[in-house]
Design a protein around this ligand. Structure first.
Ligand code: ATP
Length: 382
C-alpha cells in the first residue's frame, strides 16, 4: 500500500502553487534534464504479450530514465496501450521482466506497483466533489485527515482548480475534469505517472493548453512518466523521448527532433510528418535527384532509390529564364494555413508538396511556373 513518505513530503515542499510554462518553455527536446534524487527508473525488458493469435507485444524493451517523460506513439493496434497496461500491472505478460528502480515487479499486482494512471475518460467518481475525489484516494492510502486536506488543497491549487473544490465532475468542463484526474494521480505521489491518451476527448484548443500544463507539472514534480498517444504533435511537443511503435516493437526511440529529422526506417519517416517520394541515385553520402542533391541519412540504400524529403525541405522560387527544365513546375495547389502555406507543384508526372512560411508565399500564384530545389537537409533514401 502506498504511503506518503519522506519523498512525498519533499515533492510536496517543492510542489507549491505554480503557474504553467509556455509551450516553448517545456517542449520535449528543449528540456534541460535534471531528475530529482527520488525519481524512479523504469525498464520493460523483452516483454511478450499475446492474445490468441495476436501478438500485441513482441520482445518489447523500453527503458525510462528517472524523471523522464517518454511518449509511446504508433498506429492503431501496434501495442501502445498493452505496453502501458503491462507496466501498470493491469495486463498479464507471457514473457519478460518489468523493473522499477531495478527491482523486479513483474509479479506484483497493480496496487503494489506505486503507479498512477490518467485515462482518456476522466474516471472521476461522479457522486463526489472535486475535493472528495482527491481526498478519497488519499484516504484509502491511510493518510491522516489533516494531511489529506492540505495535500488536496496543494494539488488543486497546482492545477488551478482551488475555486472548484466543491463542484461535482458534471459541473466541470472536460479540460477541468482532466485536470482533477491529473491532480488526483499526482497527489498520491506515485513512482510513475501513466497517461493513456489523456487528451483525446478534448477539443483542439484545450488539448494544446492541457498538454503544456501536463508537461509543466511533470517537469516540476520530476516524476517519471509514460504516455500513450497516436497524436504525433502531442508526442513531439511533450516528451523527452518518443518511442515509435510498430507491430509490438519499438521501431525507433529518440528525442523528438531526432525522430522527425533523422528517421532510421521508411516506416518512421512516413509515419511521422509527411514526405515526398523523389527518385534519385545514392552514391556515398549523397543522393542526386532532378531537383538537386542532398546528404543521405544512415540506413539509406545505395544506387537507385526513392529519397524521402520533408515538405519544408523543398524550396520554391519563381522560375527564372535560365532554370533547368527538369526543376521547373507549375503550381497546382496553394493552401494558406496561417503561419505556413502548403504548395503543390506539378513537375511532369511528379507532384511535389512543399511547405513555405506564408509570408514568403505571396508571389506563389496558382498556375505560375516555379523552380523546385531540395534544401541541404539530410533525407532517408529507401
Ligand atoms: P489503439 O491506438 O487503437 O488504442 P494500441 O496501439 O494501443 O491501439 P493495443 O490496444 O495495445 O494497441 O492492442 C494491440 C493488439 O492487441 C491489437 O491487435 C488488439 O486488437 C489486441 N488486443 C489488445 N487487447 C486485447 C484483448 N483484451 N483481447 C484480444 N486482443 C487484444
Amino acid at each position: 500500500m502506498t504511503t506518503l513518505n519522506a519523498a512525498a513530503n519533499d515533492t510536496a515542499a517543492t510542489a507549491g502553487p505554480r503557474g504553467f510554462a509556455s509551450p516553448q518553455g517545456v517542449a520535449g527536446s528543449q528540456r534541460a534534464h535534471t531528475a530529482p534524487a527520488n525519481a524512479s527508473s523504469v525498464e520493460l525488458r523483452n516483454i511478450t504479450r499475446t492474445f490468441g493469435a495476436v501478438t500485441a507485444l513482441s520482445d518489447f524493451s523500453l527503458t525510462i530514465e528517472p524523471g523522464e517523460m517518454v511518449a509511446l506513439l504508433g498506429p492503431s493496434g501496434c501495442g501502445k496501450t498493452t505496453a502501458l497496461r503491462a507496466l501498470a500491472g493491469l495486463e498479464d505478460i507471457n514473457a519478460g521482466t518489468i523493473l522499477i528502480d531495478e527491482r523486479d515487479v513483474s509479479d506484483l499486482p497493480a496496487y503494489k506497483r506505486d503507479m498512477a494512471m490518467v485515462f482518456q475518460a476522466y474516471s472521476l467518481m461522479p457522486h463526489m466533489t472535486v475535493r472528495q475525489n482527491l481526498e478519497f484516494v488519499l484516504k484509502i492510502r491511510k493518510i491522516s485527515a489533516a494531511e489529506r486536506a492540505s495535500i488536496t488543497e496543494r494539488y488543486l491549487d497546482m492545477v488551478g482548480l482551488s475555486g472548484h473544490a466543491a463542484h461535482f465532475p458534471h459541473q466541470l468542463s472536460g479540460g477541468q475534469r482532466q485536470r482533477v484526474a491529473i491532480a488526483r494521480a499526482l497527489a498520491v505521489n506515485p513512482k510513475v505517472l501513466l497517461l493513456d491518451e489523456p487528451l483525446s476527448a478534448l477539443d483542439a484548443k484545450v488539448r494544446v493548453q492541457l498538454r503544456d500544463e501536463i508537461r509543466a507539472l511533470q517537469l516540476e514534480s520530476g516524476i517519471t512518466a509514460l504516455f500513450v498517444t497516436h497524436d504525433q504533435e502531442e508526442a513531439l511537443a511533450m516528451a523527452d523521448r518518443v518511442a515509435v511503435m510498430y507491430q509490438g516493437k519499438i521501431a525507433q526511440i529518440g528525442a523528438p527532433q531526432d525522430i522527425y529529422e533523422r528517421p532510421e526506417s521508411e516506416f518512421v519517416a512516413r509515419f511521422i510528418g509527411q514526405v515526398n517520394d523523389i527518385s534519385g541515385t545514392v552514391s556515398g553520402q549523397h543522393a542526386t535527384t532532378a531537383f538537386g542533391s542532398v546528404p543521405v541519412l544512415p540506413g539509406s540504400v545505395t544506387g537507385a532509390a526513392t529519397v524521402l524529403v520533408r515538405p519544408e525541405n523543398i524550396a520554391i522560387e519563381p522560375a527564372g529564364s535560365g532554370a533547368p527544365a527538369s526543376t521547373v513546375g507549375i503550381i497546382e495547389q496553394f493552401n494558406y494555413l496561417g503561419s505556413v502555406a502548403s504548395v503543390a507543384v506539378r513537375c511532369g508526372d511528379v507532384l511535389i508538396n512543399a511547405q513555405v512560411p506564408a509570408r514568403d508565399g505571396q508571389h506563389l500564384v496558382l498556375g505560375s511556373a516555379v523552380t523546385v530545389a531540395l534544401r541541404e537537409a539530410p533525407a532517408l533514401a529507401v
